[in-house]
Design a protein around this ligand. Structure first.
Ligand code: C2E
Ligand code: CA
Ligand code: CA
Length: 740
């Protein structure tokens, strides 16, 4: 079986594979995401630390610059030379020139108690006070905390030992931008250190020193704190990938910023590990791909297995058409479509008429070929009818379900179906002609139970077969009743077997002289409630149900037992076609005969033409054995069947029994007389005996005698009667007939 994925399979495949693929690649994605998250947070922490370090570093730088000024400003000599009276020379030597030369403060100013500039030095040289102008604003702002601290300073108590400083430095710092240069500005109050010289008034002069933040400063700072690409940029600068430390003027306005490239250890690590990581990632991705592919193959196998198992469960293995299980799964849906998509549904039960014979005579291969051909023909027909469905119910029974518009449409469909199935089938032996029957149930009510629908079609099929096969029969409500009656009868018949509600009667057969030459054993069934039931009713039923085998044994046992001691009279026993067809039947007869101790040559076996016609190997074998045992063979009901000459030729029968339908017509119709005459002549030419049955009138017997008949059976010469009555008749019969 080839596997072509349909829509259902594709969606099943997706259902199974998508989670596996999602899981594999999702894990991979998660790994990448986790890595990215780690790198980003690693970098963020690093840059936060760096930012903090730069801020702290800058603060430290200011403090260092402030510390440089302290020894010059906190000094008794400075109080004397700058506060008591301002000595520009002292200011030059100890501040302007010294602070520039050794420390790089390019500007030094002094502001007096009134806030007025009293000294200015630029790059170590005493200059005009005008140079102070750009620093006036920042100075004013720095002076505020200085003056506040000055007034809050505890009173100065001189240190007589002249060793330790009695004041704490009072300083303030800030940044200012002048042109393109940013200065760090430090204001320092002139105070005594040992307190040997006291400030002159409440407000001492303040030294204002300024140092530009130049390349060298930045370089030193950058190398101390390991900051990359440190530079001074304008206020408000904000470039992606850069970090900033904003420099504010004392009033809080940004005047410039320190900018640098933040270190990204995460990215750095990533760059270093990129290749091995990429390799690992590719490996993992490959692994995931292999996993998904392998899962795909496994899933495909699973789906295929499932599909095959489903196919096996739902299809007949020999013909590949859907089986009973699938039929019962589909039928409800088709029934519910009645009234919506289709006015009615035709259920066609198809059965071959002679399938068993094909199997018995040509073998099972031929039987299989017949079934396959039938299935193919039905499917070909079904393909032409949208919405139709074919299934094998078992044996040689198939069902075809088709939506139809109206009754004639269904009739036409069934006829076409029959036409197709009865076509001969070519095989190795030549052509097989099986024939078929169809039972049709037309369903207009979608609420009927699926099993009932099929039963109706089956009843119609049964009727078709009972009516002579090879035809189409539609279900009618009466059939259901007949079926029920039949079913009750069957149950009763089964129950009658163990109870032995059967007995035999014997009907005399007389010769030309009126002597009883033979009797025909006839079976009687007396039901405890229903009374006598005719063998014409229950024998066909027994044949259909197989009960005939058990019944046949009862008949033979009783007949052999009751007639074993009869003298000079032959006994005829009716044997059904079903018995003849059963392998081993004749052997069983032999056993019963031996057990009863009877002489087979006194017994006649009555067979109908149909019993010989289905001449499978078993029939022929049984026939031969019975002959060999010494039983005579009578062909019963002659003239009603095929009246085949070849049959007489092939099977060596001893006698033919002219059927009562001819006998009842002999005295009235010359045509019948001629026909019966012909039959007798024919029998004579084959050297066969002839008996006429159903002889009811003397007239009939006279005519039959005229055309050459020598034996008679019928109500005229004796009704069937139990064994005891018959035995008594043997002696008196001749006398009785002579009187008549
Ligand atoms: P059959 O073998 O053709 O038996 C002859 C039937 O014709 C018998 O009916 C018999 O009672 C009836 N008959 C005899 N003389 C006359 C007559 O003058 N006029 C009319 N109208 N009928 C007459 P029965 O006994 O009801 O049997 C019916 C059929 O049942 C038999 O037909 C035979 O086919 C079958 N049958 C009866 N007993 C057995 C049996 O033991 N085994 C088998 N396999 N079939 C049996
Ligand atoms: Ca008979
Ligand atoms: Ca007969």
């Amino acid at each position: 079986m080839s596997f072509k994925p349909g829509n259902a399979e594709t969606s099943r495949r997706h259902q199974l594979l998508v989670p596996i693929a999602a899981m594999s690649f999702g894990m991979l994605g998660l790994l990448v995401l986790l890595g990215t998250f780690l790198i980003v947070s690693f970098d963020r922490t690093a840059s936060q630390r760096e930012q903090h370090m730069v801020e702290q570093g800058f603060q430290r730088l200011l403090e260092q610059y402030q510390e440089i000024i302290v020894p010059q400003a906190d000094w008794d000599a400075a109080v004397a030379k700058l506060d008591h009276e301002f000595d520009p020379e002292f200011a030059d030597v100890n501040f302007g020139s010294q602070l520039f030369t050794f420390y790089g403060f390019t500007r030094t100013f002094f502001v007096n108690g009134e806030g007025k500039v009293i000294y200015a030095s630029v790059e170590g040289k005493h200059v005009d006070n005008k140079a102070f102008q750009p620093f006036a604003n920042v100075t004013a702002q720095l002076l505020v905390p200085i003056r506040k601290a000055e007034t809050e300073r505890p009173p100065i108590k001189p240190d007589e030992s002249g060793e330790s400083t009695v004041t704490k430095p009072i300083q303030a710092n800030g940044t200012v931008r002048i042109g393109d240069t940013v200065y760090i500005v430090i204001a320092t109050l002139i105070q005594p250190d040992l307190g040997l010289v006291m400030p002159k008034g409440p407000r001492a002069p303040v030294a204002i020193t300024a140092m530009p933040i130049d390349r060298a400063t930045l370089h030193t700072f950058a190398s101390r704190y390991l900051v990359d690409d440190l530079e001074l940029v304008g206020a408000g600068a904000d470039v992606m990938g850069k970090a900033y430390f904003r420099l504010l003027c004392p009033s809080g306005r940004e005047i410039a910023a320190l900018a640098w490239t933040p270190r990204r250890p995460g990215i750095l690590l990533l760059k270093k590990l990129l290749l091995p990581m990429l390799g690992a990632l590719i490996l993992l991705a490959f692994g995931a791909w292999v996993l998904v592919r392998r899962s795909g193959i496994i899933v495909d196998e699973l789906i295929l297995n499932e599909k095959q198992a489903k196919h096996l469960a739902y299809h007949d293995q020999l013909t590949c058409v859907p089986n009973r299980t699938l039929l019962f799964e589909r039928l409800p849906g088709m029934l519910s479509a009645i009234g919506r998509e289709t006015p009615m549904l035709a259920i066609l039960c198809v059965d071959l008429d002679r399938f068993k014979e094909v199997n018995d005579t040509l073998g099972h291969d031929a039987g299989d070929l017949v079934l396959k051909t039938l299935a193919d023909r039905l499917q070909a027909l079904s393909q032409d009818i949208p919405g139709s469905f074919v299934a094998r119910l078992g044996g040689d029974e198939f069902v075809l379900i088709c939506p139809v518009r109206e009754h004639p449409h269904a009739r036409d469909l069934a006829d076409r179906c029959l036409e197709r199935i009865v076509k001969p089938i070519d095989c190795d032996y030549g052509q097989i002609d099986v024939g078929g029957s169809i039972g049709v149930a037309l369903i207009e009510d979608g609420t009927v139970a699926p099993s009932l629908v099929l039963r109706h079609a089956d009843m119609a099929l049964y009727q078709a077969k009972a009516e002579g096969k090879g035809q189409v029969t539609f279900f009618e409500p009466g059939m259901a009743e007949a079926f029920r009656t039949r079913r009750t009868l069957e149950d009763n018949l089964r129950a009658a077997l163990p109870r032995d509600d059967f007995h035999m009667v014997y009907q005399p057969q007389v010769d030309l002289a009126g002597e009883v030459s033979a009797v025909e054993a006839l079976l009687r069934w007396k039901h405890p409630d229903l009374g006598d039931i005719s063998p014409s009713v229950f024998i066909p039923l027994a044949e259909e149900t197989g009960l005939i085998m058990a019944i046949g044994e009862i008949v033979m046992r009783k007949v052999f037992e009751e007639t074993a001691h009869w003298q000079n009279v032959r006994i005829a026993i009716n044997i059904s076609a079903v018995q003849m067809r059963t392998p081993g039947f004749a052997t069983r007869v032999m056993q019963l005969a031996t057990r009863a101790g009877i002489d087979p040559s006194r017994y006649e076996i009555e067979l109908t033409e149909t019993a010989l016609l289905g001449d499978g190997p078993a029939t022929t074998e049984n026939f031969e054995i019975l002959r060999r045992l010494g039983f005579s063979i009578v062909l019963d009901d002659f003239g009603t069947g095929y009246s085949s000459l070849s049959l007489l030729h092939r099977f060596r029968v001893d006698k033919i029994k002219i059927d009562q339908t001819f006998v009842s017509g002999v005295d009235e119709s010359t045509e019948v007389n001629a026909l019966v005459g012909a039959i007798v002549k024919l029998a004579r030419s084959f050297d066969l005996g002839v008996i006429a049955e159903g002889v009811e009138t003397e007239e009939q017997r006279r005519h039959l005698t005229l055309v050459g008949c020598t034996e008679f059976q019928g109500f005229l010469t004796g009704k069937p009667a139990p064994a005891g009555e018959i035995a008594a008749l043997f002696e008196s019969s001749a006398i009785l007939l002579r009187q008549a």
